[in-house]
Design a protein around this ligand. Structure first.
Ligand code: ADP
Length: 379
């Protein structure tokens, strides 16, 4: 696929020798290029910050800031939204361009250069730039599309859920027991689908930076208790013990374990962790432990008066070490055969991080897993 570009390609030429700048400007004198000149690394970086070019032609030997250093700074610049290719221009006696390429440059040419060769390398890097831009644009369009599609999918699923419940309540006609059972199966499947669509939509909201948290003081113990109560039938169906413990001296102390949080979002995290623990455990128990600690228990830099730790421990299948490293990433299911979409833990991590917290896993294959959340109390 090729995208027609509405403007000439912008090339930034950086060299401390004015004559060299003019020479390259003359060679590139073509209406399909718009040329900007910079006489040192600092002004080149400032120009890139102002308006990122489509290509940088960068002299290596410059006083004050070397071309390799300029290259490194361009590559370390998180504010650059699209890729900026770099062509290094090195002197003939500089034997190696390895350092420049390792610093992140895409290609190099030695001085004195052949005009045709310079033009060919410029064209080649601009082709690279165009194809990267096109791929990024396609990815962005696909994300937008999935987000809109997911949103639209919710409407018929919610409508179907309402209708199915009306049928089940015999609003339209009497039903036999077999019919009711069948309807219940359809309602559960529809609900699973709706949950999946909701999770996908939430993930896209977080990823697009559209998620706004509604922060209120939340009673963490109460929230955990609600989720435990809701999921207990699933644990009982598998003969699993599901318990919630706190280290608080009294019920009144436990009530004080509060976090400034978005209640719905935290509930989603607890449901996911406890739901996973039930799903991946066949015998034994699931213990949820709530603790308060004064000092930062992880390597987090957030300043807080205190921390709440919520640990969900199961005696289930466990997670192989290689999977532990990736399960918090998007669409990573691990290799457990019961895996679903692989979005639950990714979304949980995004939510916990949006609350300035952290989520970790410790697990042993065949023995079980413990997922631990750290949330700052700040109250
Ligand atoms: P999924 O929808 O696949 O459950 P998650 O993001 O919630 O997605 O979990 C990612 C993967 O991590 C799961 O597919 C599973 O392989 C592994 N996993 C998560 N929780 C547990 C657990 N408590 N015990 C064993 N494996 C787990």
């Amino acid at each position: 696929m090729s995208v027609r570009r509405s403007r000439p390609d912008r090339i930034l030429v950086v060299d401390d020798v004015y004559d060299n700048l003019l020479l390259i400007e003359n060679i590139l004198d073509d209406e399909q290029y718009s040329i900007e000149l910079a006489s040192d690394g600092f002004s080149a970086l400032a120009a890139i910050d102002r308006e990122p070019p489509d290509l940088v032609l960068l002299d290596v030997m410059m006083p004050e800031m070397h071309g390799y250093e300029v290259t490194r700074r361009i590559r370390d610049n998180d504010k650059l939204l699209s890729y900026v290719p770099i062509l290094l221009v090195t002197a003939h006696d500089q034997t190696s361009a390895v350092e420049g390429l390792d610093a992140g440059a895409d290609d190099f040419i030695r001085k004195p250069f052949d005009t045709e060769e310079l033009l060919a390398r410029v064209r080649s890097l601009l082709r690279l730039k165009h194809s990267i831009d096109e791929r990024e644009e396609m990815l962005r369009q696909r994300e937008d599309f999935v987000s809109r599609l997911t949103h639209d999918l919710r409407i018929p699923l919610v409508a179907a859920d309402r209708m199915l419940h009306l049928f089940l309540q015999e609003t339209y006609c009497p039903l036999s027991d077999d019919m009711k059972e069948a309807l219940q199966v359809v309602i559960r499947s529809n609900d699973n689908l709706l949950q999946m669509v909701n999770t996908l939509l939430e993930v896209y909201r977080h990823d697009a930076g559209q998620k706004k948290l509604t922060l209120v003081p939340c009673n963490i113990k109460q929230l955990c208790q609600d989720v435990v109560q809701e999921l207990n039938p699933l644990a009982q169906a598998k003969n699993l013990e599901l318990t919630l413990e706190t280290d608080a001296a009294s019920e009144a102390d436990a009530k004080e374990i509060k976090v400034l949080a978005d209640q719905m979002e935290l509930r989603r995290v607890f449901s996911n962790l406890i739901g996973n623990a039930i799903k991946f455990t066949d015998r034994g128990s699931i213990r949820i432990r709530l603790n308060q600690s004064e000092h930062n228990p992880t390597d987090l830099t957030v300043i807080s008066n205190g921390w709440v730790t919520i640990a969900v421990q199961d005696t289930g299948a466990g997670i192989p070490l290689e999977d532990q490293a990736v399960i918090f990433e998007r669409f990573r299911q691990g290799r457990n055969r019961r895996a679903d979409s692989g979005l639950g833990l990714y979304l949980s991590r995004r939510i916990v991080e949006a609350h300035q917290g952290k989520i970790q896993v410790e697990s042993k294959l065949g023995e079980g897993s413990t997922f631990t959340l750290y949330l700052p109390t700040r109250m």
